[in-house]
Write a protein that binds this ligand. Structure first.
Ligand SMILES: [Zn+2]
Length: 426
């Protein structure tokens, strides 16, 4: 009941403030600010917002607020840029794993996306990348959010993940007579180029491929490499011709190296890194999006979600190794961003990964940047989002206390603004 009331209140706030969103000028003041770019927190920030964008940022009360304007006074709360997640699956739920996924229709998946987009935004995540959805349901969701029909984060979406027959993106659950095949299946360089072109035609913002097997597919191994170099280069070249980034799912060491050498922009999971893979990521400027929270969830709750025994066994193989890889990559100075694989665990818990990123080697400030300005760089959106800086969208969250003292307070975000519109203020 409580969640229903919260939902109604949220809708009211969303609609109510949306109507007045064109109010010319809005000021936001708080006790502290972590702007996503600076190395230190700033006291007594004042932010002037014009038409949904940040127009001016004052520090230490340097920006005077004129009379007669709208002011949101957040007291001694700390403001930060809206959080960003490089790897979510909004159209899936945490409890539709294994064979349960087969009864979820594409229209139902799109409606899942509506519910999960709202949860993600209310958790303080104002921009996320949706990496893989059949039926282009993610594109419909993005457009509905952009049209103001439903609340949600800014979405960058991939459309269907591209993989070979029987790969991690394919439907491997049913016997041959069903001829079940996922939307993104393509084999050989030209078929894969065609698939990239098709995804772009229907509205993809980025391209997602699976360069190795994966934890939650059936019949794949996490170490198995799934593409030839020729195929990988074809996808990367085709995407880059059209200025789209390529996100490559890869767990095994060889698959990671192949993907980096082919020129992908980010490696997702990046579980089994060795020294050479870390050096390659550094040399190529490849981002690593490592989902180091969800292991705990899968090992504790996996059986209840419908996951197959082989899925849980594969999570055991990658979980500990991935966290050690994370520590080494951070230590080496690789660009490691927050990517959480939401849908493996319940949507809205994305912030739980931040404390794990600190536990496994980042400073709290590094973790905040990994979830904001560094993700903005990976997304190709550094002009727009990821920092509290003049010119960028007013995507701003606030928390009680100081995340630099206790990063876990970002798991409970009481204030969320996106594009100058307040979606939550508790
Ligand atoms: Zn994923």
């Amino acid at each position: 009941m409580r969640s229903k009331n919260l939902f109604l209140a949220t809708v009211f706030v969303f609609l109510g403030l949306n109507l007045s969103a064109s109010a010319d000028t809005l000021y936001l003041k708080a006790g502290r600010m972590i702007d996503g770019l600076s190395d230190r927190a700033i006291d007594n920030p004042v932010v002037r917002i014009e038409d949904g964008r940040i127009a001016e940022v004052g520090r230490n009360n340097s920006l005077a607020i004129p009379g007669g304007v709208d002011v949101i006074d957040l007291g001694n709360r700390t403001i930060l840029p809206g959080l960003m997640d490089a790897h979510v699956h909004l159209t899936s739920n945490h409890d539709d794993k294994g064979y349960r996924g087969l009864i979820v229709s594409l229209p139902r998946a799109a409606i899942n996306g509506v519910a999960n987009a709202r949860k993600t935004l209310m958790a303080g995540f104002t921009t996320v990348r949706n990496v893989g959805a059949d039926g282009f349901s993610d594109i419909a969701l993005r457009d509905a959010i952009n049209d103001g029909d439903v609340p949600g984060p800014r979405l960058l979406v991939s459309g269907p993940t591209i993989c070979g027959t029987g790969g991690h993106c394919d439907n491997n659950f049913l016997p041959k007579e069903y001829n079940a095949q996922a939307d993104g299946v393509a084999n050989g360089p030209w078929a894969m180029r065609a698939k990239v072109r098709e995804n772009i035609k229907y509205g993809a913002d980025l391209i997602k491929i699976t360069a190795t097997g994966g934890v939650f597919s059936k019949g794949t191994t996490v170490g198995g490499r799934h593409f030839t170099m020729e195929e990988l280069i074809a996808v990367v070249e085709e995407a880059h011709l059209r200025d789209l980034k390529v996100a490559a799912h890869a767990h095994g060491t060889e698959g990671i190296k192949y993907a980096i050498r082919a020129g992908v922009d980010s490696v997702e999971h990046a579980s089994m890194l060795d020294g050479e893979a870390i050096q390659l990521a550094k040399d190529h400027g490849t981002f690593l999006s490592m989902d180091i929270y969800n292991t705990e969830y899968t090992l504790a709750e996996g059986e209840k979600t419908g996951a197959l025994p082989e899925n849980i066994e594969k999570e055991r193989q990658v979980g500990t190794v991935q966290r050690e890889s994370f520590r080494r990559a951070v230590e080496a100075g690789v660009k490691v961003v927050l990517g959480s694989d939401a849908a493996i665990y319940p949507h809205g818990d994305n912030g739980k990964q931040l404390s794990r990123m600190v536990r496994f080697g980042m400073t709290p400030m590094q973790a905040v940047k990994a979830a904001t300005s560094l993700n903005a760089e990976l997304f190709g959106r550094a002009q727009d989002v990821g920092a509290i800086e003049a010119g960028r969208y007013a995507d701003i969250i606030a928390v009680d206390g100081d995340p630099l003292d206790d990063i876990s307070i970002l798991e409970t975000v009481p204030f969320v603004m996106k594009g100058g519109v307040v979606y939550k203020n508790e």
